[in-house]
Design a protein around this ligand. Sequence first.
Ligand code: HEM
Length: 274
Amino acid sequence: MSDDPETPNLDFAGTTPYEDYVKADLLTHAQQLRSDDPGEMVFLVTTQVMELWFTVIVHEWETASRALDEDRTAVALDALERSAQEFAALNASWRPIARLTPAQFNAYRGALGEGSGFQSAMYRRMEFLLGEKSASMLVPHRGAPRVHAELEKALAQPSLYDVVLRLLARRGLPVPAEVLARDLTRRYEPSEGVERAWAAVYADPGAHPDLARLGEALTDVAELVGRWRTDHLVATRRAMGSKPGTGGSAGVAWLEKRSAAVVFPELWSARGHV
Ligand code: HEM
């Protein structure tokens, strides 16, 4: 104990209250390096940091989905606008590994074995919330019951975009019935009717101020997801050129196709009709 009233507490019977809350010991001892290369640490920690941001963002989008379902648009907008800031921080975390040369990456690449971000379950949950559903993405997780169960639940639930479209329909916008009744376990396909609904929101934002703000928050999210994909693609192209990926894909050629997918497509295409 200190006599100086301005000094922080030093005496704790067990672990510190900070540790009890933050689990810093767990986080800072989860770096089991597999090579002697000094560059492996930042590659692993960047990946772990990104997993944590994916977790926060999934939390925000699930919060937003629940709120939208209950017509609490202010709560949903707060969560979505926070998630855009978080996504910007996620994207900034590419910096330390964005310029790896093939020789630098090769120094520990072999240690990754068949490990690949393709096997990230939290990234898949983000994609499912964006409407990019695919049952086959559950297959790699068959051996991990908790992860598999979470993904299975997320596959069946409406995506954030589905929930938004239901809200638009409740507000009287012409969202086609077949879109509202779509098979939620399948990838969302763009619809001209939905494009018309967004065009109506954007043509007269004063008539639906919260929907117009929602459209812009979702557009921010879509833009930031696209940027993550492009940054990943370019980092990969720099680090390994045309080689196949550790996860067994064709590598850059496969990622190019993946990053061509447009997030919330009608929020972009509607702009041509306003
Ligand atoms: C410069 C370092 C990196 C390289 C060279 C790289 C390379 C690749 C490649 C080639 C793929 C395609 C699948 C495969 O065959 O492996 C892939 C997928 C993926 N990577 Fe990376 N990656 C890097 C860093 C990261 C980091 C730090 C993360 C963060 C978690 C990450 C997350 C992902 C995800 C989520 C996918 C699946 C994308 C999808 O399904 O569309 N990658 N990566």
